[in-house]
Design a protein around this ligand. Structure first.
Ligand SMILES: O=C(O)CCC(=O)C(=O)O
Ligand SMILES: [Fe+2]
Length: 318
């Protein structure tokens, strides 16, 4: 399913890959995650109350799925982004001319009971493990949103209420070993269009990088940690106080790498607009109000390598 293509950016994807992120939070994440996230918007969190066995089972079943024979997997293949369960490749094969070295299984996960029956039944434990994981990840995401609200001086449930009955999507990413890794990306630089992303990384193979002060920095796997990415919607809602993080995945010639990204997304009708509390001192709204539906359609109508989608919603552009 994959096609090797040249990366669009002239910059070497391997630059800075060996640097270790200094941002990993090793303890007291409940205390630290919100204030630190104000400064920069990707964090590794541990002591998160999430079952380590479940994290391991999730990664194991993800690997098992991608190790199935291609004939078995291909029944799930689709390039239609509106499908609620599909196996696909690269990012948006209908739009892009340059593809990336990634296969992924994308699942809509809420409401779980309505969706789970359409998920793969091979490996046999897939539905059970992934459903349990989705439930736990949702609860963790809500705890984080509560902390982020409070860090902005808002009620704990403010953001959760604004985002409505949140959608939840999952991308199980598989980046096979690539014979010419310097020519391509697993995923090129992008920000996540949703509110909050909870990323489970392969413990054995590194590949995630984030942009900080103009440099790409490796976020290497850390035992039992999740990486938390702020997405575009929290940037808009917080009037730019939280920033959605530019990140990318590089590939290597030796080993397949996996990651499991869980995306909490506002419901389609949620109105994304900064709370009065953040503008009452005369600070102007950086972005015009929009519904998530409007944003999401705009995001998927474009390529990942274009200007940041949020730029199109800036008030000083009107
Ligand atoms: O594989 C990774 O570490 C990053 C995945 C990612 O950014 C995504 O699925 O949006
Ligand atoms: Fe991402």
């Amino acid at each position: 399913m994959r096609t090797s293509q040249r990366a669009t950016s002239g910059q070497s994807p391997r630059g800075h890959a060996s640097q270790r992120s200094s941002w990993t939070i090793t303890s007291h994440w409940l205390i630290w995650v919100a204030p630190i996230a104000l400064l920069s918007s990707v964090r590794s969190v541990v002591n998160h109350g999430f079952s380590v066995e479940l994290m391991e089972s999730m990664m194991a079943v993800a690997k098992e799925f991608f190790n199935l024979p291609p004939e078995e997997k291909k029944r799930h293949y689709s390039d239609d982004p509106s499908k609620k369960m599909r196996l696909s490749t690269s990012f948006n094969v209908r739009k892009e001319t340059v593809h990336n070295w990634r296969d992924y299984l994308r699942l809509h996960c809420h409401p779980l009971e309505e969706l789970v029956q359409d998920w793969p039944s091979d490996p046999p434990s897939f539905k059970e493990v992934v459903s349990s994981y989705c439930k736990e990840v949702r609860a963790l995401g809500f705890r984080l949103l509560g902390m982020i609200s409070e860090s902005l001086g808002l009620e704990e449930d403010y953001i959760k209420n604004v985002l409505g009955d949140q959608e939840q999507h999952m991308a199980i990413n598989c980046y096979p070993a690539c014979p010419e890794p310097e020519l391509t990306y697993g995923l090129p630089a992008h920000t996540d269009p949703n509110a909050l992303t909870i990323l489970l990384q392969d413990q054995l193979v590194a590949g995630l990088q984030v942009l900080r002060d103009g440099k790409w920095i490796a976020v290497n796997p850390y035992p039992n940690a999740f990486v938390i990415n702020i997405g575009d919607q929290l940037q808009a809602l917080s009037n730019g106080k939280y920033r959605s993080v530019w990140h990318r995945a590089i590939v290597n010639s030796q080993k397949q790498r996996m990651s499991v990204a869980s995306f909490l997304c506002p419901c389609n009708t949620a109105l994304i607009s900064p709370p009065e509390k953040l503008t009452e001192d005369g600070t102007h709204a950086v972005y015009r109000s929009f519904t998530y539906d409007e944003y999401y359609k705009k995001f998927w109508s474009r390529n990942l390598d274009q200007e940041h989608c949020l730029e199109l919603f800036k008030t000083d552009r009107l």
